[in-house]
Ligand binder design. Structure first.
Ligand code: ADP
Ligand code: ZN
Ligand code: ZN
Length: 695
């Protein structure tokens, strides 16, 4: 046994490895790449990962006065394997983040702290001996329809081939996509030690999923991973997955980086969903990382959706992704609701409509639905009472002090249920001014509608109905969303008013009428993805209707002043293809994704002018080093769509290229520039984002 020199990556935002010495005798083993160890960094004891091993010191060579510290101990957590290290290296390079940061984002925070190691090891050995006793379950067996059978068979054949494949399962809402992919992973894990990863958008919104998975995959250890787990739940889950005990992993985006011993297939449910994109720190797309991981491990990956992202659909058209489809609702008796686009052009300026947010026809239909003992669901994508408070005398508006947005008027706010103004960006909460802060006028009015006002309006106009509101204001506390959803399932309410929390995954058996209000602003938006996003949302919400028996009258009512917009025609599934082709054609003409690749370079500081100067400097820098004709378009610096958040001014430069490699080269140069700027000016933050989805 001898002494080595190891290069260690640490969880800090620096692109640098640190050298330590490794005394094999003291540590009890030779060094291995991927081992997690304790080291002293500055004055702190932290964990790091062994990234390189040398028999001679590198830093001594460069600087003989350098003192090299020793690795203190090896962590009891399993070594990060080569395949995972490769995954982290890819993410580090592609998303331009230091390797240490990427590695440690995959490790639960408790495991990162060396002081916890003895305790953690002990607590897991307890658990191991006890063995977790699962409740005895009734197996859920379905008789699959022809389309489902065909899809399952095709998928099983793919997993038998033992190579990388990418398949898209297109199916209307309720067509049995979940049932298909669960049957697939059940078969893969049957009588083997194989593990499967199922990525889902937001697990808290789909509490039924956990039960469904457990009922189908009986006898298999199902591990659920999301950011709301307690630290000890997360530690144990992570440990089980890494040791191959947890065979079926269902998790949100963060689980895409989890080390998995025998990963054999990946499913990405609702692949179009924006919550797969991390919007801070390492701004990765879990969908894209998952696909990379599957390709690297040579395993199949399945994407599912009723409304694929245009990126995915384009690849289906180009035959880079195989297509499987389900065209009917799976449950016998389920119906596909009819769609009614209600033109509210004439109502828009009437004060009655402005106050209610719902037209007479809609109210009448909600009432009729309740008389038939069925439920209505009203979807509005804004919580609070009204998006803005304003003075009619001087035009003052409730602008947030910290952000370039309006504070939302909440009629019921906090524990005391008092009216307040709330900023949905920085969280600032303020009392309602008694008079206009500008002119003293006492007649302040709210404009527009939100979940609270729709709830109140129905309470007033349809007094006999039982109403429930579901938005994050109601469901702050853990578990309470589930209780609220139970009320819907148990027919304790006639009308549900809620945000997009209502739209995903729920299988309500008695919802006959679905109403969509207040969507017009997003129909004509500066954001080139707005139509695609709105379309996916509409189809999801519409999909909550007609899912049970005796819902022949089921309908989707959409209130809009733009009934001629092409999005409405496309909600009928048979028109989807034409609509997607049109959107793709538009993108192609404009050379927007998926016909080009984008990245954002963002500057954040208290000073907009400084941001702009730094970004102008960056643009010049790139052009001077010859990027002008290098296949990357570099746009001028502009303020972000919400320029100021929490007092921070935000500016961006957009980069675009039809060649991913050229974009990569350009971004790596920017990284150098950003590092140099950082050391010159500590008050500015420069952030790089690949494949941005909002601007
Ligand atoms: P999706 O994922 O496409 O929205 P699900 O797989 O959740 O659809 O199926 C919707 C509903 O239909 C669920 O209640 C599910 O149990 C049921 N279901 C799925 N397949 C079948 C089948 N072959 N026979 C009967 N019910 C089915
Ligand atoms: Zn005023
Ligand atoms: Zn604010």
């Amino acid at each position: 046994m001898k002494t080595y020199f190891v290069q260690i990556a640490i969880d800090i935002p620096l692109f640098k490895l640190f050298e330590y010495s490794w005394n094999s005798e003291q540590l009890g083993q030779e060094p291995e790449i991927g081992l997690i160890v304790e080291i002293e960094f500055g004055k702190k004891k932290v964990s790091g990962i062994v990234y390189e091993i040398n028999s001679e010191s590198i830093s001594k060579k460069e600087n003989s006065a350098y003192t090299i510290k020793e690795v203190i101990q090896i962590s009891p957590c399993p070594r990060i394997k080569d395949a995972e290290l490769k995954l982290f290296q890819f993410a580090s390079k592609y998303y331009l983040r230091p390797i240490g940061e990427v590695v440690f984002s995959s490790i639960p925070s408790d495991w990162k702290k060396p002081v916890n190691w003895p305790k953690l090891q002990k607590s897991i050995k307890k658990k191991e001996n006890l063995g977790i006793k699962e409740a005895i379950r009734e197996p859920l067996t379905l008789t699959f329809n022809e389309e489902q059978d065909k899809a399952i068979e095709a998928l099983i054949n793919l997993s038998k081939e033992g190579k990388y494949s990418i398949t898209f399962l297109k199916g209307i809402t309720g067509s049995g996509k979940t049932a298909v992919y669960l049957e697939w992973i059940k078969r893969i894990t049957e009588d083997t030690a194989k593990q499967c990863l199922v990525l889902v958008p937001e697990i808290n919104l789909t509490p039924q999923l956990e039960q469904t998975v457990k009922n189908i995959c009986i006898g298999k250890e199902v591990v659920i991973l999301h950011s709301n787990l307690t630290p000890s739940e997360r530690n144990y889950a992570w440990w089980k997955i890494q040791n191959g005990v947890g065979q079926i992993i269902v998790g949100t985006r963060l689980s895409v980086f989890t080390p998995i011993k025998n990963l054999s297939a990946i499913v990405i449910d609702e692949e179009h969903d924006n919550s797969y994109k991390q919007q801070d720190g390492m701004r990765y797309s879990a969908r894209d990382v998952a696909i990379w991981r599957a390709a690297d491990l040579k395993i199949p990956v399945l994407l599912c959706s009723a409304t694929p992202s245009l990126e995915t659909w384009d690849k289906v058209l180009k035959k880079k992704i195989d297509l499987l489809s389900l065209s009917k609702r799976a449950k016998p008796g389920a119906t596909i609701p009819s769609i009614e686009i209600i033109d509210i052009k004439n109502e828009v300026n009437q004060s009655k409509f402005k106050n209610l947010g719902l037209c007479d026809y809609t109210l009448e239909e909600i009432k009729k639905t309740a008389l038939r003992k069925k439920q209505s669901l009203i979807f509005i994508n804004r919580r609070g009472y009204a998006p803005i408070l304003t003075c009619h005398a001087c035009n003052w508006k409730s602008e947030c002090k910290n952000c370039s947005t309006w504070q939302v008027f909440h009629k019921i706010s906090g524990k005391n249920k008092k009216p307040m103004l709330q900023c949905h960006h920085c969280g600032l909460i303020e009392r309602i001014p008694e008079a206009c802060p500008e002119c003293g006028n006492q007649d302040l009015r709210h404009l527009g509608v939100g979940t609270q006002s729709i709830e109140e309006n129905i309470e007033k106009t349809l007094q006999e109905l039982r109403i429930l509101r579901i938005d994050t204001d109601v469901t702050r506390s853990k578990g309470s969303a589930e209780e609220l959803f139970q009320k819907i399932h148990q027919q304790e309410v006639d009308v549900v008013v809620g945000t997009q929390m209502l739209s995903k995954g729920h299988d309500f058996s008695n919802v006959e009428t679905v109403v969509v209000v207040d969507i017009d602003k997003s129909l004509y938006s500066y954001d080139f993805r707005a139509t695609e996003k709105m379309y996916a949302q509409l189809v999801q919400v519409a999909g909550r209707g007609g899912r049970g028996d005796n819902l022949e009258n089921s309908k989707i009512i959409i209130q809009t002043a733009f009934p001629e917009h092409k999005i409405f025609n496309a909600i009928k599934d048979e028109n989807l293809y034409e609509f997607y082709n049109e959107l793709l054609e538009e993108r192609k003409i404009a050379q927007l994704p998926p016909f080009s690749y984008q990245a954002l370079v963002m500057a954040e500081s208290k000073n907009q002018t400084m941001n702009e100067e730094v970004l102008k400097g960056l643009k010049n820098f790139l052009e001077n080093i010859g990027n002008k004709n290098n296949g990357c378009i570099i746009y001028d610096p502009v303020p972000r769509s919400i320029q100021r958040v929490s007092g921070v001014e935000r500016t961006q430069v957009l980069l675009e290229s039809t060649d991913r490699k050229k974009l990569q080269t350009c971004l790596e140069k920017i990284l150098d520039y950003a590092e140099a700027q950082k050391s010159k000016n500590r008050s500015i933050r420069i952030i790089i984002e690949r494949d941005p989805i909002s601007f």
